[in-house]
Ligand binder design. Sequence first.
Ligand SMILES: Cc1cc2nc3c(=O)[nH]c(=O)nc-3n(C[C@H](O)[C@H](O)[C@H](O)COP(=O)(O)O)c2cc1C
Length: 239
Amino acid sequence: MSEIHAELHERQALLPPALAPTRHFDFAAMSGDDRYRLMASTIMPRPIAWVVTCSRDGAINAAPYSFFNMFGSDRPVIALGVLARPGAPKDTAANIQATGEFVVNLVPFALTEAMNITCIDAPPDIDELTLAGLTTLPSLAIQPPRIAASPVAFECRQTHLLDTGPGQLLVVGEVLHAHYAEHILTGDPDRPRVDHNALDLVGRMHGASAYIRTNDIFDLIRPVWQDNHPRAPKTHHEE
Ligand SMILES: Cc1cc2nc3c(=O)[nH]c(=O)nc-3n(C[C@H](O)[C@H](O)[C@H](O)COP(=O)(O)O)c2cc1C
């Protein structure tokens, strides 16, 4: 048994069969702020999409969004959750609604402070990337540029816009092109792998300001039914 399996078995054995007592929360009876606090402090860590969009007249906008993930690879789709803002929609939402285009840049530890600067609630005509001292590179298929210092950027076109609450939006987008910095790629150039240490991404945690670095990694090999049941029909394992 591997060291990690031994530790996991030890920890699981210490757990009571049910984690009583528990507290129940009726979300329908709570305020949005309270729901946010409980959900965002437990549904974590979350990857961060550093989203660059353009307004219809070409003004560049950037802001971080941690309600973000991939939801498929065929087609390659990602989604972003944009919360309501009292008065007017967030610039990212308004721009995607107007143009259907956005770039998702990923955030390594070295760019965390710059990313944080771009979450400022600046007026729509302010380019947050300039505020953060960042430069951009043109995209191949869409108007919004990518952040030059970010090691991974996905050029996306919106495929679905779901109204999930008053002023709250779920944006689904297809990745058209991806840009990976050479220094994070290893192995066979025809089938490259990502060097996670070189990538050094951060994730969003609880509260207003907590983040996590992605360097506390352990491996857990997936069980395969056929290993113990050799006559079983072959199954196909992916995510
Ligand atoms: C790390 C981080 C993650 C964030 N994630 C989200 C999110 O998922 N959804 C959201 O609506 N706002 C999120 N915010 C807040 C927005 O970035 C902030 O409201 C910003 O001003 C929006 O900018 P915009 O109007 O240019 O789109 C996040 C902020 C930070 C710092």
